[in-house]
Design a protein around this ligand. Sequence first.
Ligand code: FAD
Length: 441
Amino acid sequence: MNSDTVFDYEVIVVGAGISGLGAAYTMQKAGLKVCVLEKENRVGGRMSTDRVNGFVIDRGATILGRDFGYMRKLSAELNVKQFENPFRFVFGLKGRDKMRFIRPRRPDDLFQKGLLTFSSLRAIVRFFAGMLWLGRKLRHGQSVRTAAYDDQSIEEFLTRYGGHELLEKVLEPGLNGPMGGHFRQNSRLIVWQTFWNVLFHRVWAYRSGMDTLPEAMAKKLEVKLNCAVATIEHGHPCRITLQSGEVLTSKAVVVALPGNIAARVCRNLPAGVQELLAETTYGKMSIAHVMLGKRPAQDAPGMGFYPLAGEHCEIEAEHLRGPEFCPPGKAMLSLYFWDHAQETVSAMSDAQVNAKAREVIARHFPDCAEAIEGIHLVRWEEGIARFPPGRLKKMAALRQQMLHWDLPLQFCGDYLDGIATESALALGVGAGEVWVKRLRG
Ligand SMILES: Cc1cc2nc3c(=O)[nH]c(=O)nc-3n(C[C@H](O)[C@H](O)[C@H](O)COP(=O)(O)OP(=O)(O)OC[C@H]3O[C@@H](n4cnc5c(N)ncnc54)[C@H](O)[C@@H]3O)c2cc1C
C-alpha cells in the first residue's frame, strides 16, 4: 500500500445493528477513526423500538439473558442506568383442556401438570444432560468451541430418545415463534444455546425499550444514517459505494449486514465465501403489536410465549414483560406470525395481516375484541437466523478463516454464531478487536 494514500476513515463499518455498533465502539475506544454507515434513519436494526401513543414497542428482540456478558458490560460502561427489568418467564402451553404454564428451569412442571407421560423422561434427561455437559461453552460468541455438536437437528436428537411428545407438546409450541417458525429443523446446538443463554438463566429487558443500548452507543460514534451501501470492494484502499453514488475509502471494513445481504454487496471475495454467505437464511416474521385499552381477563402468571392452538402464531404479553411498556391500565399483546405450509404470511398485505390479528384476538381474547386501540405492524424479511445442522460448523470455520486471512475485511452478525443479540454483539466486538490489533498493534 502506498503510504501517501489518503483514506476517509481507518475503518468503515457497514450496518448499525448491535453487531456493527459493537465493532465500531470497540475500535473508537482504541482510538481508530471509524464511521458507521446505516441505510435506515435510525440505528439498532433488529434491536430497535417504536413509541406509539404511550406504548413502547420493541420491533425485534425483546428478551435478554442474564448471562449476556457483552451486553451487561457495555450497559455498565455506557452508564445505561436502570437497564435491568427482571420478569418471570413462563411458557404458556395448551393442555388437554386449558392453558398450563411451565417454568423453564423446572422440567418437573411438565409431569405435574399432566402435559407429558413418563415415557418422555429419557428425552428430557438427555436434553438437559447434553446442555449441562456443554455448559458455559454454549455462551454466545463461543460457538467455535461446540461446533462438533452441530451434527443433528433437534427433531432427530429428541426422536432418538423417544422425545416426540416433548417436541410436539412442549418445545415446538413454546419455541417455534422465537425461532422464526423453524424450530424442529434447527440444530440441537442452537436449541441448547437458546436454552442456556436465555431461558435457563434469569431474563431481563431494557426498562425503556430495546433501543436504549444501540442509541447510547451511537451517541459516542460517527454514524451516517440513510446511507444504503451498494457495493463493498476490499483492497488498498477499500472502496464503499453508496446507492447515492458517493464513494468512501478506508483501510479496512467491517461488514455487519445480514449474511445474505453481505453476499450481494461484497465484491471480490475469496472462493467459496460469497456462496457461504448467500446460503444464510432467516425466518420471515410479521408481528402485529395489538394495543388494548384494558388488560385481558385470561392473563399468564408471568411473561412468556403462548402458542395459540391452530393459529401458527405466538403471543407475547408486553404488559407483563415491562410495566412501563403500556400506559396505566392498558395492555399490549404482540402476535408473532410465521410462514408455514398452509399460509405465506410474509406475502400478505399489511391490511390482511392486521385483519388476521383482529380475528386471532377475537377468537382467543374475546373480552378484548372491542378494546383494540390500534395495531402496529412490524415485518422482517431477515428475521430470525436459521441454523440447520452443519451451518454453525461452517460459520465457525469461516470465523477461523477470517482471523488468519490478510484481507482488510471482517464479517460480523448473529448469523455467524446464534440467533440472539448477544451473538451479534460478541461477533461485532471480536471484529473490532481484530482491527485494533492489526492497525494499532
Ligand atoms: C422478531 C424478532 C425477535 C427477536 N427476539 C430476540 C430476543 O428476544 N432476544 C435476542 O437476544 N434476540 C432476538 N432476536 C434476534 C436479534 O434481534 C438479532 O440477532 C440481532 O439484533 C442481530 O443484530 P445484527 O447487528 O447482526 O443485525 P441487524 O440488527 O439486522 O443489523 C443489520 C443492519 O444493517 C442495515 N443494513 C442492511 N442493508 C444495508 C445496506 N445496504 N447498507 C447499509 N446498512 C444496511 C440494517 O438496516 C440493520 O440496521 C429477534 C429478532 C427478531 C426479528
